[in-house]
Write a protein that binds this ligand. Structure first.
Ligand code: HMG
Length: 478
């Protein structure tokens, strides 16, 4: 007797970002003050790098406080209870302890509000891979929900960092601080992740790193810029392959995958890096398509080719003739109507927040996503429902991750409440002397510039006895 045929019906679960909340410290340095103090032309910061304000933490703040503040906002605005949350993951490269995860500090702070042991049922780890680890954390938590290990609970992924560089270094003007907390669940209201297309690459590199015990990173600036572009492009190639293999996108003649991405949100160490990433991607994706002839006609110069095509970053950077010609071409391409249209339509809105906050390492891309939603919505001429956002996440060291998602119909309920300036709140512009004192850790937590209300603050580091060394005490300031 033959068995009846069984038809398997797969019902795919839609998982993604339901809501997000941000925390940005209220102290900042203005680019004009900074330029005067360092003898740099302000135009270099404003136009060359796209920096206007750099957010700084006060003496009574650290990445755990910022993470807790963003997380509390997220929980409160969604009327969540601790039992609704099954996992809290924190991605950061500003770790406070070599073994105690930042999560435990955050849980301790949240329990000051929700009661002792209120989050005991949950789990979570601190994740590290420079700026990209938040994307891995999102992906892993989305899969935890897809695998139905979540007992109907949601996950929260928090990305929180302080970007701090040496005084007088070229990294100093790319500082910043802040946190983003994201609620990950089934049938999200903001964005559903596209399935089976998230792509990563990984390679041992020394573009930017911070040896144990050192407060500021060691950076190979120009190398890091080019490596970022190359690594994101490699991850994009793998994403492209997957989108075609899974049938998510079917390309017709003359088309590029970039035509099917409505918005780009990429890692933003500074605003201008977003533009550079888009230029690099479009040049690589378009140069073999019929449209390239029209681009070249408009630009009026040919794209340069490197003579010594060994392909290493060092060989590219040391080929001064090629670099000069390539820079000329890049600037001309950036002025073309072809690039300009894509930039204005698909990326510009995601860069607004970066210019007034600075580098947030793990949180940069997600602050950019938040910025994209708010400023695109404010344009009012476009409905964002059903639009695809392509994410290009980069972490030095190095790894890149490219993935995408679709904006959901309920996005408006959340996005219409967004107001970046209001959410950051009134800010204090520090003098360079005040900034340098804070940078040199010249203030203690009890000597902070701001005395906040309804926020978690750091009270003290280290107990009075040796066995309490490294103890961090936090308080919810009412
Ligand atoms: P720099 O050497 O000071 O800058 O370092 P520059 O001389 O290259 O100038 C920057 C731009 O300003 C140039 O434009 C100049 O032409 C322009 P571009 O050629 O790039 O288009 N410029 C002017 N524009 C207008 N008016 C003027 C003027 N003068 C010059 N008067 C660098 C810049 C970013 C390298 C440095 O700040 C740095 O090292 N930052 C830290 C590292 C970094 O952010 N790297 C980015 C990629 S790696 C990454 O994103 C990962 C990271 O976030 C860490 C992680 O993953 O954890 C850093």
């Amino acid at each position: 007797m033959s068995l009846p045929s069984i038809t398997t019906v797969y019902i795919y679960m839609h998982v993604g970002i339901d809501d997000l909340a941000i925390y940005v410290p209220k102290l900042y340095v203005d680019y004009k003050d900074f330029a005067i103090a360092r003898g740099i032309e302000p135009q270099k910061l404003e136009y060359g790098l796209g920096i206007r304000k750099m957010a700084l933490v006060d003496a009574n703040q650290d990445p755990a406080c910022m993470a807790s503040n963003a997380c509390l906002k997220l929980i409160q605005k969604n009327n969540l209870q601790p039992e609704d949350i099954g996992r809290i993951y924190i991605a950061t490269e500003s770790g406070l302890d070599e073994s105690k995860a930042m999560n435990s500090f955050v849980i301790g702070m949240l329990e000051q509000v929700y009661g002792e042991s209120s989050f005991e049922h949950a789990g979570g780890i601190e994740c590290k891979f420079a700026c990209v680890s938040g994307s891995y954390a999102l992906y892993d938590n989305a899969n935890w929900i897809r695998a139905e290990e979540n007992n109907k609970k949601s996950a929260i992924v928090i990305v929180s960092d302080i970007a701090k560089y040496d005084i007088g270094s070229s990294g100093e003007y790319t500082q910043g601080a802040g946190a983003v907390a994201m609620l990950i669940k089934e049938n999200p209201r903001l964005l559903t992740f596209d399935r089976k297309v998230a792509s990563t690459i990984i390679k041992n590199e020394y573009d930017f790193y911070r040896p144990i015990g050192k407060e500021t990173p060691l950076v190979n600036g120009n190398y890091s810029n080019l490596l970022y572009l190359i690594q994101v492009k490699k991850a994009f190639d793998s994403y492209k392959e997957k989108t075609i293999a899974t049938g998510l996108i079917s390309l017709k003649d003359g088309e590029s995958i970039t035509d099917y991405i409505d918005f780009f949100s990429v890692h933003l160490p500074y605003r201008k890096m977003g533009e550079k990433a888009l230029i690099y991607l479009l040049r690589h994706e378009w140069r073999h398509l019929p449209r390239w002839k029209n681009v070249i006609n408009e630009i009026g110069i040919q794209e340069p080719v490197q003579k010594d095509a060994r392909g290493t970053i060092e060989s590219v950077l040391s080929d001064t003739e090629f670099m000069k010609a390539d820079e000329k071409f890049r600037r001309a391409f950036a002025k073309s109507t072809f690039y300009h249209e894509v930039f204005e339509k698909k990326m510009a809105s995601s860069l607004e927040a970066s210019a007034i906050i600075g580098n947030l390492y793990t949180a940069s891309m997600y602050m950019g996503f938040r910025s994209l939603l708010e400023f695109e919505y404010k344009k009012k001429e476009r409905d964002l429902d059903g639009k695809r956002v392509g994410f290009g996440s980069y972490g030095s060291g190095s790894s890149a991750m490219v993935f995408s998602g679709i904006i959901q119909p309920e996005y408006k309920d959340i996005v219409k409440q967004m107001n970046l300036e209001e959410e950051i709140g009134p800010r204090i512009r520090l003098s360079i002397e005040e900034y340098e004192r804070l940078h040199g850790n010249g203030r203690n937590p009890d000597d902070s510039i701001i005395h906040p209300h309804k926020e978690f603050i750091l009270m003290k580091v280290g107990g009075t006895t040796a066995d309490k060394a490294g103890f961090r005490e936090y308080n919810y300031a009412n």
